[in-house]
Structure formats: structure tokens, C-alpha cells
Design a protein around this ligand. Sequence first.
Ligand code: SAM
Length: 296
Amino acid sequence: MKAPHVVPYQGSKRKIAEEILKNIPYKIQGRLFEPFSGSAAITLSAAVKNLANEYVVGDKYEPLINLWRKIIDFPDDVAREYKYLWNSQLGDPKQFFAECRSQFNIDNDPVKFLYLVARCVKNAIRFNSQGEFNQSPDNRRLGTNPDRMRKEIFAASDLLCGKVDFRVGDFIDILNDATSNDVVYMDPPWQGTSNKKDPRYAYLLDIELLTRGLEDLNSRNIPYLLSFDGVCGGRSYGNGLPEYLDLMKIDIHAGRSSQATLLGRDDMTIESLYLSPALIELSGYGNIHEYHKLYA
Ligand SMILES: C[S@@+](CC[C@H](N)C(=O)[O-])C[C@H]1O[C@@H](n2cnc3c(N)ncnc32)[C@H](O)[C@@H]1O
């Protein structure tokens, strides 16, 4: 079974979810945490593989988590409301998008958020300095067809209903009760995309705070995987992480970037995945220091 594709989110790990999850070669005894969930690609793929019995899906952006709650608990409502919005745009899509965006900036309605993500340029959400959604519509398409959206919504609900604890907040708080029986997958907003005027996500992460969070997880012996920096066509995004965290870096070949495809170039995107000392131990890689000696 393929993982459902509900929230089309730029930066989604959907296409490389399998590659990432290969690094958890055992059934998780506790919960799988995804505290920077976005489109929850890793949770959905893990649930298809039955990698854990319970999941924690969190994000700092509240409308996104409210959307996920509603998708899983009230799939019919989401499918109907999305269809209503989608059909309402047909007279004047541009004008309707502008109205829906203004209303969303007042009421933060989760299904309006789904419509806006599905319809906006490159499915890339953008916010102004007041925290208002300000991305433009993609005028060449209308967004995921409502019949297809209904199928994907119900598939996600069937997969995760009764198994997920949704949390809104900072990743450190979301991971407050994580234990060494759990596994955490983290995909914080990249440093490389974080310093721009018009940030890609609602919230951006400070590298110091991320590092402190990782230190804390290490001290609690929590197995985790972290997607962090990336290299595309020889250009590097983001700095590596401090050595004292004892993380193992793995290259994931993510295929051609959409930008490279547009420009007709062959740049391959390589994404880095870092495994924590506790996960390395459990995965049978053995001691991280031995590993480094072996492959130095
Ligand atoms: C790179 S995206 C995650 C994409 C996700 N892996 C996927 O497959 O769709 C990063 C997410 O982290 C959220 N975020 C930013 N800062 C955060 C924080 N301090 N704690 C929790 N979530 C945060 C953003 O709202 C955004 O949804």
C-alpha cells in the first residue's frame, strides 16, 4: 500500500520516506514522534509499514495540526468542506483564492488552509512579518481535485485513527515525555531557507536551540533521526552539526531538485540524515566511535 498524500507541502519527505525509514530496522516498542510534522510524510509511511502502534504528530503551526486532527477524526467533514471551497473557485479562481486567503488570515480555518496549500505557488506556504499567509495562487492549476482529495483523506484517517496524539508547540515541549523506547524523526526548517525575508514556514528554527534540544535528547538516550543540511549541485545549504553530539551522517539521494528539473539541469539533491547515538546502538551499527574509526 502507498502512503496517502493529503497535504501537498513543499519540502515534504514523501518521496524519500522509505529511504529514511530504512534506518529504523526494528518495530518501535513505544511511539514514533514527528515534532516538525508538516505533511506528516514520515508518520504516514511508517504507519503503512506498521513500524509503531502509536504516533505523536506535532508542529508549532496550529492551523496545520488542527487540519491533521480534523482529517483523522472527521474525514467526511474535511472532504466535503474542501470540495465546497474547490467548486466555489470555479467562477473566478484568482478572486476566490484572494478572498479565501483573507478569511483564513482572520479565522485560521484548517480546511481553508488545506485549500490554500493545494492552490498556492509550488505548494510553498509563505507568511509576512505579521504572520499572515501571503503566498499567491498558482494560476495554471486549480489544486488537487476534490474526488482524489477525498480518497487520500479517508486513506490517512483509516491508517491513523485512534493511534495519534496531536500536539501544537515547540519541538522541545512536544518531546517532553519521549523515552528511550520511542523513536523521534525531526525535519526542522533549514538554515539555508531560514534567513530570507519571506520565510518558507510559519516558524523558523534557531540552530543553537536545535543543538540544545539534541543534547537533551542524547542525555535522555532517545533514538532519533534528523534531516538537516543539504547539498544541491555542489552548493551547500546549512552547516554541519557539532561533533560532540556523536551523530552518524548518512547521505540520502533525493533525485533531481524541482528547480534543476525546471532549468533542465542534472543536479542531484543529496540530503543528509543524522542518526543519534541511541539509534545507532539499536540499529546494530554498534558504537559510534568504533564506526568513525572504521570509516574515517
Ligand atoms: C521542513 S518542514 C517539515 C516537513 C515535513 N518533514 C514533511 O514531510 O512535510 C518544518 C516544519 O517545522 C515547523 N516548525 C518550525 N519551527 C518549529 C519548532 N520550533 N517546533 C516545532 N515545529 C516547528 C514548521 O511549521 C514546518 O511545518
